[in-house]
Design a protein. Structure first.
Length: 55
């Protein structure tokens, strides 16, 4: 996979996680551990995106 392809894939996953976090937080009984885990995953992807873009 090319660098641009990987960046595009990660950006898409980042957007999907953002949407999932929003949906989860809208529920009346939102699971805080699930939200925390999703945010952690999103941050990891963001860090990898920044690293790849700097390369």
């Amino acid at each position: 996979m090319s660098l641009n392809g990987r960046i595009s894939e990660l950006a898409n996953k980042h957007r999907q996680l953002d949407e999932k976090i929003s949906e989860t937080q809208k529920r009346p009984a939102a699971d805080t551990l699930e939200v925390k885990d999703l945010k952690r995953q999103k941050l990891k992807i963001k860090e990898e995106l920044q690293w790849l873009k700097a390369s």
